[in-house]
Design a protein around this ligand. Structure first.
Ligand SMILES: NC(=O)c1ccc[n+]([C@@H]2O[C@H](COP(=O)([O-])OP(=O)(O)OC[C@H]3O[C@@H](n4cnc5c(N)ncnc54)[C@H](O)[C@@H]3O)[C@@H](O)[C@H]2O)c1
Length: 331
């Protein structure tokens, strides 16, 4: 079921205050689609709505809503608000995009941090599906687009970098979405599902994830907050790797966090706008599985080719390591 055009449709975008969610809202509106965008950060999503309206034709309505997707009551309120302001009894597209990182270790991360990440990244997608599926069915031609991650294919960020809560949630999002493929075919064929699997996309997700946990910007963190985020054992590893001075102060750690966010955003192979275009092209083409970025395609292929070697990194990426050598001239 390809979509010819998004014009005249109504889309819900969660996490619309930043990154891919903001760009999805802007691009949908520019293509004639009305948008109801929500975010934890009400000011940021209001800014998105203003940007999206500025680039849209007058018939397009873009609204912003404050909503924590991990709280079902707030998702229900968001639904009621948007149906009211858009004067609609259905929605055509739902982009369940909101997400945060955190809870890297099941062993050492604080339990509430692990559970907050899981609640947003999995429960948020689950509640949005519960709340919006009847409205997608009512559309007669609906698409549910759930954002997972390469960490929904591969539960690690590489050697020495566990990513427990996030990967657990993103595997759940992928499993849920894949299970819906047949369920929808059988029980609601007027709706289809697509699962989005991005690799590294340049966004402010590091800073936004800290904010979603109630922490201030890195520069404003107390010594205790920054020491908890980068605990002694991690500091020791960073010192060992030459990434941190032995006598690093809390100020140096604050600076390191701010730099990590800036580098994640500015040194990514894909921008949020490019990623949103890939997602929308995928939805338009009728794809149920949308890999975003060459890194995502590479990880998908590597894990499929050698599932037993998924966490034996040298073996998993051995084919990749050989690739550049092929093009290296003999000395
Ligand atoms: N950036 C990447 O490299 C990358 C890679 C793979 C997957 N993803 C996924 O893509 C999605 C978008 O990420 P992004 O990189 O654009 O991040 P981002 O931080 O730029 O945007 C995410 C938005 O979601 C909002 N949000 C967080 N918790 C929320 C909640 N409980 N309720 C409502 N809104 C909430 C944030 O405030 C933020 O505005 C996320 O699900 C993320 O896990 C990102």
């Amino acid at each position: 079921m390809a979509v010819d055009s998004f014009a005249g449709k109504l889309a819900v975008v969660t996490g619309g205050g930043s990154g891919m969610g903001r760009e999805l809202a802007r691009q949908l509106a520019a293509q004639g689609c009305s948008v109801a965008a929500c975010d934890l950060n009400a000011d940021a999503v209001a800014e998105t709505a203003a940007m999206a309206r500025a680039a849209a034709v007058p018939e397009v309505r873009v609204t912003s809503h404050a909503c924590d997707v991990s709280d079902e009551a707030q998702v229900l309120r968001f639904r009621d608000e948007l149906l009211d302001v858009h004067a609609s009894d259905h929605v055509d597209l739902v982009f369940s995009n909101a997400g945060i990182g955190g809870g890297e270790s099941f062993i050492t991360s604080r339990r509430e941090v692990w559970e907050r990440t899981f609640a947003i990244d999995w429960q948020g997608v689950y509640y949005c599906a519960r709340v919006f599926l009847p409205l997608l069915i009512a559309s007669g031609d609906g698409v549910l687009v759930n954002t997972s991650s390469v960490n929904g294919l591969w539960a690690s960020l590489g050697p020495g970098v566990p990513n427990s809560a996030y990967s657990t949630a993103k595997f759940a999002v992928r499993g849920f979405s894949e299970a819906l493929v047949e369920d929808l075919r059988v029980n609601a064929p007027q709706v289809r599902v697509a699962v989005v699997l991005p690799g590294h996309v340049g966004t402010d997700i590091i800073a936004n994830s800290l904010r979603a946990r109630g922490l201030p910007e890195p520069e404003q963190m107390s010594d205790a907050q920054v020491e908890e985020l980068i605990p002694r054992d991690v500091q020791a590893k960073l010192i060992g790797a030459g990434l941190l001075a032995e006598d690093a102060s809390a100020g140096d750690l604050r600076q390191m966090l701010a730099q990590a966010n800036a580098d994640f955003r500015d040194k990514a192979p894909l921008s949020a706008a490019e990623a949103a275009t890939i997602i929308l092209d995928g939805v338009r083409s009728g794809a149920w599985r949308i890999l975003v970025g060459e890194d995502a395609k590479m990880i998908d292929a590597a894990v499929r080719a050698k599932p037993e070697a998924a966490y034996d990194y040298a073996e998993l990426f051995s084919a990749l390591a050989e690739e550049p050598a092929k093009g290296t001239p003999d000395r």
